[in-house]
Ligand binder design. Sequence first.
Ligand code: NAP
Length: 307
Amino acid sequence: MAATKIAVAGIGKIARDQHLPAIARSGAFELAAAISRNERVEGVENFTDIQAFLRNRPDVAAVSLCAPPRPRLQMAVSALEAGRHVLLEKPPGATVGEVEALVALARKKGVVLFATWHSRFASCVEPARRWLSGKTIRHVEIVWKEDVRRWHPGQAWIWEAGGFGVFDPGINALSILTAIAPPVFVTDATLEVPENCQTPIAAQLTMRGVTGFEVTADFDWRQEGPQTWEIRVDTDAGLLVLADGGSRMSIDGEQRPGGLEAEYDGIYARFAGLLASGESDVDLAPLKLVSDAFMIGRTVDVDAFHD
Ligand code: NAP
């Protein structure tokens, strides 16, 4: 089968680190264009705005949107209106309502919308989901602590309203949690917001599972030295620990093998499958948890942040 022509919009860190290499490795897609105001991709046609791309390249069936969530919305609306299939980087939008509107638009236009959660494709997430299936969860502890200066140097948008702050990485933990455990809801949240920013640099959440277990989550962007991306699930059959963002797993301290490490290859394989079946895949559960944390969270002012 011929590869589907795809364009990537918002050429920044994640587009260059992951999307362009994954598309180049994928037999299912062929990079046909790039859309970015300031960046260019060698070897393909470049556009500085999505309208010009949509007018000039009707042959490109799919668009991968890698801009930050706020500017991404208008790109998604334009692409769907033009009848293109759309892949959204995480988080799929800045609000739950706008993503629901995108789902409705994709359905109306008969195209595929794929809201990706890359952490769900980490190698041990599916094995963890399988191991937990049928077991009773007693407690979950999420510790997601990283150094914002190391992972998001110079990114102003993460500190602006709608930029998610520490929930930008934290939502990855929530995307794993909502893939491996029964549904949860937020019961309490504290948001630590630097006095010169609009979004939190740290947050502590408590959640409750519908089956009664409690979840605590500690998100912090001020961690220097070793970085921690860990989910500890205490069950009636032992303690499952997912470490390194879902790429390592142990049960009662014993390491267990995962699958292949292929987060973005997995994403593009899944997108190809969705295009073949004509189905969309949009799970809003992680975004709703973040939205609810902002809704009921107590805000605490903390020291100003300087990059
Ligand atoms: P980034 O490095 O800031 O790149 C985003 C690109 O989007 C920018 O280079 C910019 O390119 C374009 N853009 C268009 N409108 C923009 C606007 N109003 N403000 C800022 N940029 C705009 O960000 P990123 O780290 O790649 O993150 C993008 C998305 O990927 C986010 O949703 C993030 O959560 C997700 N993600 C990031 C990582 C990571 O490790 N960084 C990992 C997984 C997922 P032009 O100026 O050329 O238009």
